[in-house]
Design a protein around this ligand. Structure first.
Ligand code: GCO
Ligand code: MN
Ligand code: MN
Length: 390
């Protein structure tokens, strides 16, 4: 195995306690793997070469733990972090497992549940910050509906906005160094989840009291479940300065929430994602929000984790090769060639004088329409490169 595919701290590869700790329960079958404790997971992550670990409050501290139990758990966890060098860059709240959240948390139609969700999240924020988290993720798994007859979607949006504004103020009030990252998903576990895509989250963020504190945590499989192009979604988030975090995994489009190992299914899309992140210099955590196949035993879970990181690093290497390939780059230059002749209209915005000229200019529409683009050739060069024959 080549050294160049060994993960390093600067890759900022992270896994959630819930990912490598997944016990393989699904709606049709019981768990197939035993519980691995948070401390054991930290050691396992160190063994496979990850940089960090993320958690939901209750992945670490059971929902019914006493204050003393909480403190003991945190102490043991911190010792495992210190012993291994594993850090906690992100934390989040479980607002979906307990029956209290059966009709949502921040968007529940029960005001008492909404207030409880705020209380639970503030305690979880305290826990995350105590262990070093600088990003706090909000994934609204239960914030949705199966039927829309009982709930007003506008009210639900207002409730969600109220909660995020409230929690931003809490973070400011505490003086925490913490940013929020909202994670959209179209469905599962609800029939439909509010704010289902990266685009809808970005629109929502602009309506908040502290939009500068809030970005997105796009997940590859979530956009794919909606049939969307994940690279386009992260590009929009990046350009808006909102790509605070990323969940990498994989998924066969239009299926159930598969959470496959990164790069295991849509290898070309995975390349596009890595190539984008590496080209723009993305420097926030790279989180693998996936889990091993239900057929895996614990050794195979480690192979799953190693595989996520290895595939990322192989694709990073392919990205370098792509950027250095003169034939590929010449074709891209040909596709995007600009002789500057249109810059008087395409740069500098609207100007009445220049605009009069644009209105009068004669375009040879047929000649323009006859210009082809060598995308077939370019795409095949990428395929050759990815398949290792280039
Ligand atoms: C899912 C989600 C979750 C979230 C996690 C952190 O589909 O279950 O992706 O794994 O990422 O709850 O917020
Ligand atoms: Mn997911
Ligand atoms: Mn996720």
């Amino acid at each position: 195995m080549s050294n160049q595919y060994i993960p390093r701290a600067e890759d900022k590869f992270t896994f959630g306690l819930w990912t490598v700790g997944n016990i393989g329960r699904d709606p049709f079958g019981d768990p197939v793997r035993g519980v691995v404790t948070p401390v054991e997971i930290v050691h396992m992550l160190a063994e496979v070469g990850a940089w960090g670990v993320n958690f939901h409050d209750n992945d670490l501290v059971p929902i019914d733990a006493t204050a003393a139990e909480r403190d003991r758990i945190v102490r043991d966890f911190r010792k495992a972090m210190d012993d291994t060098g594993i850090v906690v860059p992100m934390a989040t709240t479980n607002l979906f497992t307990h029956p209290v959240f059966r009709d949502g948390a921040f968007t529940s139609s029960d005001p008492e549940v909404r207030a409880y969700a705020l209380q639970k999240t503030m305690a979880a924020i305290d826990l995350g910050v105590e262990l070093g988290a600088e990003t706090y993720v909000f994934w609204g798994g239960r914030e949705g509906t199966e039927t829309d007859v009982g709930k007003c979607a506008v009210d639900s949006g207002r409730h969600f906005r109220y909660a995020i504004n409230y929690l931003c103020d809490y973070v400011i009030d505490q003086g925490y160094n913490l940013r929020f990252a909202l994670e959209p998903k179209p469905n599962e576990p609800r029939g439909d989840i509010y704010l289902p895509t990266v685009g809808s989250m970005l629109g929502f963020i602009a309506t908040l009291d502290h939009p500068e504190m809030v970005g997105v945590n796009p997940e590859m499989a979530h956009e794919q479940m909606a049939g969307l192009n994940f690279m386009h979604a992260i590009a929009q988030a990046w350009e808006a300065d909102k790509l605070f975090h990323i969940d990498l995994n994989d998924q066969n489009m239009d299926r159930y929430d598969q959470d496959f190992r990164f790069g295991s299914h849509s290898i070309k899309q995975a390349f596009n994602v890595v190539h984008f992140l590496e080209s723009v210099g993305y420097d926030n955590p790279r989180h693998f929000d996936a889990h091993a196949y239900r057929s895996s035993d614990l050794d195979d879970v480690k192979e799953f984790a190693r595989g996520c990181m290895r595939t990322y690093l192989i694709l990073k290497d392919k990205s370098r090769q792509f950027a250095a390939d003169s034939e590929i780059q010449a074709l891209i230059a040909e596709c995007t060639a600009d002789d500057g002749s249109m810059s008087m209209w395409l740069e500098g915005g609207y100007d009445p004088g220049r605009n009069n000229e644009l209105r009068r200019h004669l375009f040879d529409r047929d000649a323009l329409g006859a210009r082809g683009k060598p995308y077939e050739r370019l795409d095949q060069l990428l395929i050759d490169l990815l398949l290792g024959v280039r």
